[in-house]
Design a protein around this ligand. Structure first.
Ligand SMILES: [Fe+2]
Ligand SMILES: [Fe+2]
Length: 174
Protein backbone atom coordinates (compact mmCIF):
# COMPACT_ATOMS: atom_id res chain seq x y z
CA UNK A 1 0.00 0.00 0.00
CA UNK A 2 1.37 3.41 -0.90
CA UNK A 3 2.04 6.12 1.62
CA UNK A 4 -1.02 8.27 0.90
CA UNK A 5 -3.40 5.31 1.02
CA UNK A 6 -1.94 4.08 4.30
CA UNK A 7 -2.12 7.58 5.73
CA UNK A 8 -5.77 7.80 4.75
CA UNK A 9 -6.39 4.48 6.51
CA UNK A 10 -4.57 5.65 9.65
CA UNK A 11 -6.69 8.80 9.78
CA UNK A 12 -9.92 6.90 9.13
CA UNK A 13 -9.05 4.36 11.82
CA UNK A 14 -8.15 7.05 14.36
CA UNK A 15 -11.40 8.90 13.69
CA UNK A 16 -13.26 5.79 14.90
CA UNK A 17 -11.15 4.76 17.90
CA UNK A 18 -9.10 7.83 18.86
CA UNK A 19 -11.02 8.34 22.10
CA UNK A 20 -10.35 4.74 23.12
CA UNK A 21 -6.66 4.95 22.25
CA UNK A 22 -6.25 8.06 24.40
CA UNK A 23 -7.83 6.37 27.42
CA UNK A 24 -5.47 5.34 30.22
CA UNK A 25 -7.03 1.90 30.68
CA UNK A 26 -6.62 1.06 27.00
CA UNK A 27 -2.99 2.23 27.23
CA UNK A 28 -2.57 0.04 30.28
CA UNK A 29 -2.70 -2.96 27.92
CA UNK A 30 0.84 -1.98 26.94
CA UNK A 31 2.02 -3.34 30.31
CA UNK A 32 0.72 -6.82 29.67
CA UNK A 33 2.49 -9.35 27.49
CA UNK A 34 0.16 -11.11 25.09
CA UNK A 35 2.13 -13.39 22.78
CA UNK A 36 5.85 -13.83 23.37
CA UNK A 37 7.34 -10.31 23.35
CA UNK A 38 4.25 -8.63 21.86
CA UNK A 39 2.17 -6.64 24.34
CA UNK A 40 -1.61 -6.66 24.43
CA UNK A 41 -2.01 -3.07 23.21
CA UNK A 42 0.18 -3.66 20.16
CA UNK A 43 -1.71 -6.86 19.36
CA UNK A 44 -5.10 -5.17 19.84
CA UNK A 45 -4.23 -2.22 17.60
CA UNK A 46 -2.92 -4.62 14.96
CA UNK A 47 -6.12 -6.70 15.07
CA UNK A 48 -8.44 -3.70 15.07
CA UNK A 49 -6.58 -1.96 12.24
CA UNK A 50 -6.96 -5.04 10.04
CA UNK A 51 -10.62 -5.35 11.09
CA UNK A 52 -11.09 -1.66 10.20
CA UNK A 53 -9.57 -2.08 6.76
CA UNK A 54 -11.78 -5.04 5.88
CA UNK A 55 -15.02 -3.71 7.37
CA UNK A 56 -14.50 -0.22 5.94
CA UNK A 57 -13.95 -1.63 2.47
CA UNK A 58 -16.97 -3.94 2.74
CA UNK A 59 -19.18 -1.32 4.46
CA UNK A 60 -19.76 -3.75 7.33
CA UNK A 61 -20.41 -1.47 10.36
CA UNK A 62 -16.80 -0.27 10.47
CA UNK A 63 -17.14 1.86 13.59
CA UNK A 64 -18.87 -0.78 15.66
CA UNK A 65 -16.55 -3.50 14.44
CA UNK A 66 -13.29 -1.57 14.84
CA UNK A 67 -14.13 -0.48 18.39
CA UNK A 68 -15.08 -4.03 19.39
CA UNK A 69 -11.88 -5.33 17.82
CA UNK A 70 -9.74 -2.86 19.77
CA UNK A 71 -11.34 -4.09 23.00
CA UNK A 72 -11.42 -7.82 22.20
CA UNK A 73 -8.50 -8.57 24.56
CA UNK A 74 -9.24 -5.81 27.10
CA UNK A 75 -8.87 -8.21 30.03
CA UNK A 76 -6.25 -6.08 31.84
CA UNK A 77 -3.96 -8.55 33.58
CA UNK A 78 -0.73 -10.37 32.94
CA UNK A 79 -1.96 -13.84 32.06
CA UNK A 80 1.57 -15.26 32.27
CA UNK A 81 1.98 -14.35 35.93
CA UNK A 82 -1.37 -13.32 37.40
CA UNK A 83 -3.81 -15.82 35.95
CA UNK A 84 -1.74 -18.40 34.18
CA UNK A 85 -4.16 -21.25 33.87
CA UNK A 86 -5.71 -23.27 31.10
CA UNK A 87 -8.97 -21.33 31.36
CA UNK A 88 -7.52 -17.98 30.27
CA UNK A 89 -8.30 -18.72 26.62
CA UNK A 90 -11.95 -19.32 27.45
CA UNK A 91 -12.49 -16.71 30.15
CA UNK A 92 -10.68 -13.61 28.89
CA UNK A 93 -13.37 -12.60 26.32
CA UNK A 94 -15.90 -12.30 29.18
CA UNK A 95 -13.44 -10.19 31.17
CA UNK A 96 -12.84 -8.01 28.09
CA UNK A 97 -16.60 -7.38 27.73
CA UNK A 98 -16.97 -6.62 31.40
CA UNK A 99 -14.10 -4.11 31.34
CA UNK A 100 -15.29 -2.54 28.08
CA UNK A 101 -18.74 -1.90 29.53
CA UNK A 102 -17.32 -0.68 32.81
CA UNK A 103 -15.08 1.95 31.21
CA UNK A 104 -16.91 2.79 27.99
CA UNK A 105 -20.59 2.00 28.50
CA UNK A 106 -22.85 -0.57 26.96
CA UNK A 107 -21.61 -2.58 24.01
CA UNK A 108 -24.01 -3.18 21.15
CA UNK A 109 -25.26 -6.78 20.84
CA UNK A 110 -23.03 -7.19 17.78
CA UNK A 111 -19.96 -5.91 19.63
CA UNK A 112 -20.62 -8.16 22.61
CA UNK A 113 -20.99 -11.18 20.36
CA UNK A 114 -17.82 -10.28 18.42
CA UNK A 115 -15.76 -10.11 21.62
CA UNK A 116 -17.29 -13.19 23.27
CA UNK A 117 -16.81 -15.34 20.15
CA UNK A 118 -13.40 -14.09 19.02
CA UNK A 119 -11.64 -17.28 20.17
CA UNK A 120 -13.71 -19.44 17.82
CA UNK A 121 -13.03 -22.19 16.77
CA UNK A 122 -11.25 -22.91 20.06
CA UNK A 123 -14.67 -22.92 21.64
CA UNK A 124 -17.77 -24.18 19.88
CA UNK A 125 -19.82 -20.98 19.53
CA UNK A 126 -19.06 -19.20 16.23
CA UNK A 127 -19.67 -15.46 15.83
CA UNK A 128 -23.13 -14.47 14.66
CA UNK A 129 -22.10 -11.64 12.34
CA UNK A 130 -19.83 -11.03 9.36
CA UNK A 131 -17.95 -8.53 11.51
CA UNK A 132 -17.40 -11.25 14.12
CA UNK A 133 -15.84 -13.52 11.50
CA UNK A 134 -13.62 -10.66 10.38
CA UNK A 135 -12.43 -10.23 13.97
CA UNK A 136 -11.66 -13.92 14.44
CA UNK A 137 -9.78 -13.89 11.13
CA UNK A 138 -7.81 -10.72 12.00
CA UNK A 139 -7.03 -12.10 15.46
CA UNK A 140 -5.61 -15.33 14.00
CA UNK A 141 -3.56 -13.48 11.39
CA UNK A 142 -2.06 -11.15 14.01
CA UNK A 143 -1.50 -13.98 16.52
CA UNK A 144 0.45 -15.97 13.94
CA UNK A 145 2.48 -12.87 13.08
CA UNK A 146 3.13 -12.35 16.81
CA UNK A 147 4.30 -15.92 17.23
CA UNK A 148 6.57 -16.07 14.18
CA UNK A 149 8.01 -12.63 14.88
CA UNK A 150 6.75 -10.71 11.84
CA UNK A 151 4.27 -8.46 13.66
CA UNK A 152 7.06 -5.91 14.15
CA UNK A 153 6.52 -4.94 10.52
CA UNK A 154 3.38 -3.20 11.74
CA UNK A 155 5.47 -0.90 13.97
CA UNK A 156 5.68 2.09 11.56
CA UNK A 157 1.88 2.14 11.20
CA UNK A 158 1.47 1.66 14.95
CA UNK A 159 3.66 4.72 15.57
CA UNK A 160 1.72 6.76 13.05
CA UNK A 161 -1.54 5.82 14.76
CA UNK A 162 -0.35 7.07 18.16
CA UNK A 163 1.18 10.15 16.63
CA UNK A 164 -2.18 10.88 15.04
CA UNK A 165 -4.22 10.33 18.20
CA UNK A 166 -1.80 12.19 20.47
CA UNK A 167 -0.82 15.08 18.24
CA UNK A 168 -2.81 14.85 15.01
CA UNK A 169 0.51 15.12 13.25
CA UNK A 170 1.24 11.64 11.96
CA UNK A 171 2.12 12.92 8.50
CA UNK A 172 4.75 15.25 9.95
CA UNK A 173 6.54 12.46 11.70
CA UNK A 174 7.23 10.23 8.74
FE1 LIG B 1 -8.17 -13.06 22.83
FE1 LIG C 1 -6.42 -11.31 20.32
Amino acid sequence: MNFEKEQESVKGYCALVGDLLRHEKVREMHQYPHHRDVDTLYHSVCVSYLTYKICEKMHWHPKEATRAALLHDFYLYNWYTDKHDEWHAFLHPKMACKNAEHYFGALTPRQEDMILCHMWPLHLAPPHSREGFVLTFADKVCAVRDLIGTSKRFAPVYERIFSEVDHGTSADNL
